[in-house]
Ligand binder design. Structure first.
Ligand SMILES: [Zn+2]
Length: 442
């Protein structure tokens, strides 16, 4: 048997569960008797919310938009209708109008505009340059951009240096704000509607299923746009850090997209494996999970499982679409993915720190790979054992994860807080070849 296909799950006589991730080869052990502790974090010193402070709590809040870079686009709810449209933002006047989610460049990028410029000769697209020029031609727009640039560069400048710069010198620092490859998708709410104190944060799971679809729709559109506007981008990583232990700077819901000039490390390994077995994601992923009763939920377009071989307890949502890239999905397929990702967040709860990570086919890969979204509960800290052995100890095995999530999902569905057309656990059909990404099966 190929080294690539060791059994993902092996139960030892004493109860220890050895897990191997079939895609990344990550090794994880779950040792009996180490689970059942509470997973939620305490929000330090919750304070009553003063209605006057609403919209001012953090730089992502609605009344502080001038503290973040000029917006690229937003999704706006249509009046009297339960739908929304994406607007490509133009001038600073957009900022006073309402929005549900907005797309802005990250002021402190992981991969900067200069990286693309210096390494590849990347320049602003004609549209981005026109937007920058018109933004700077408006005095309010110019003041906004100078304010944001000052915030970015003043720590690396000597006192008074920023103030001494002329408009031309400042404008040379501005392209990064209009052609960035690291964007944020920011939600409107910081707290849930009617929240009494600062612990009642608005998370992915507290959105309505419709709002969550708008969030996903704007993110997917941003992903498509990043590939389209930067021909040197080989991969766009989409992720969400929720709460500080998961790496979030603010407790205000947002996703991030980062374009990079190579495949991810995992992506490189997976392409090799998929070339050897094009049906890998069915055989070692979703079908394997179904065979071991680890399917948590499904709808017509997606399936959610309790994942195996992860450092942290991980829920996985897989697209069943024959289309690999998120932006190739039909609106119904996108909604199906969104509904399950939303349900997994809702079942996780707003006080569990977690990372949402998207995995997609690299843009230039010659094999088919399905879109999946992982939700990792950041409830443990890695220690020396893991560092030395590269074997990770996870305190919650996939069946325990399933048993925490399934009753929650049943409760949420009964309360009408997640999409109603979701099948849960034993209601799922779990047939073989659940995923249709593999063209050979079509
Ligand atoms: Zn906020």
């Amino acid at each position: 048997m190929s080294i690539l296909y060791r059994a993902p799950l092996t139960r030892m006589a004493d109860g220890t569960l050895k897990q191997i991730n079939p895609f990344s080869d990550t090794e994880v052990w779950t040792v009996p008797g180490r689970a059942n502790r509470p997973l939620e974090v305490d929000i330090p010193n919750p304070r009553p919310i003063d209605p006057h402070d609403l919209g001012h709590h953090c730089p992502f809040c609605t009344q502080r938009v001038l503290e973040t870079p000029p917006e690229k686009s937003r999704i706006v709810k249509k009046h009297d209708r339960d739908d929304a449209v994406i607007y490509h933002s133009t001038g600073v006047d957009m900022l006073t109008r309402e929005w549900e989610f907005r797309r802005i460049p990250n002021l402190f990028e992981i991969v900067s505009f200069e990286y693309w410029e210096k390494n590849y000769g990347y320049t602003l697209s004609r549209e981005a340059r026109a937007r920058m020029d018109s933004y700077l031609a408006d005095p309010a727009g110019k003041a906004h951009v100078w304010g944001v640039l000052c915030q970015k560069f003043k720590s690396s400048m000597s006192p008074g240096q920023w103030d001494a710069l002329g408009d031309g010198e400042r404008a040379r620092l501005a392209p990064g704000l209009f052609g960035s490859g690291h964007d944020l998708i920011v939600a409107r709410r910081h707290f849930t509607d009617g929240a009494q104190d600062t612990s009642q944060l608005a998370s992915s799971g507290t959105l309505t299923p419709q709002e969550h679809e708008w969030y996903i729709r704007l993110t997917v559109e941003a992903m498509r746009d990043l590939y389209q506007t930067n021909r040197y981008a080989k991969y766009v990583q989409v992720f969400q850090n929720w709460l500080k232990p998961a790496g979030a700077s603010f407790d205000h819901l947002h996703k991030q997209l980062v374009a990079i000039d190579q495949r991810s490390v995992g992506g490189r390994l997976e392409v090799k494996k998929v070339r050897e077995n094009p049906n890998l994601y069915n055989e070692a992923g979703v079908d394997y999970a179904g065979f071991h009763n680890l399917t948590v939920a499904e709808n017509k377009y997606a399936v959610a499982i309790a994942g195996f071989g992860h450092r942290y307890p991980t829920l996985e949502v897989w697209s069943r679409s024959a289309h690999c890239q998120p932006w190739e999905h039909t609106p119904e397929e996108l909604r199906g993915m969104s509904d399950l990702v939303h349900a997994m967040h809702a079942a996780t709860g707003p006080l569990v720190p977690c990372n949402e990570e998207w995995y997609c086919k690299p843009i230039d890969a010659d094999v088919n790979m399905p879109w999946k979204v992982l939700l990792k509960w950041r409830v443990s800290t890695l220690a020396g054992f893991e560092g030395g052995t590269k074997i990770y100890v996870n305190t919650i095995d996939p069946w325990m994860l399933r048993d925490r999530v399934v009753p929650k999902l049943l409760e949420l569905r009964a309360e009408g807080r997640i999409a109603q057309n979701i099948n849960i656990a034993t209601e799922c059909s779990c047939k073989v070849n659940s995923l249709k990404y593999n063209r050979a099966l079509q």
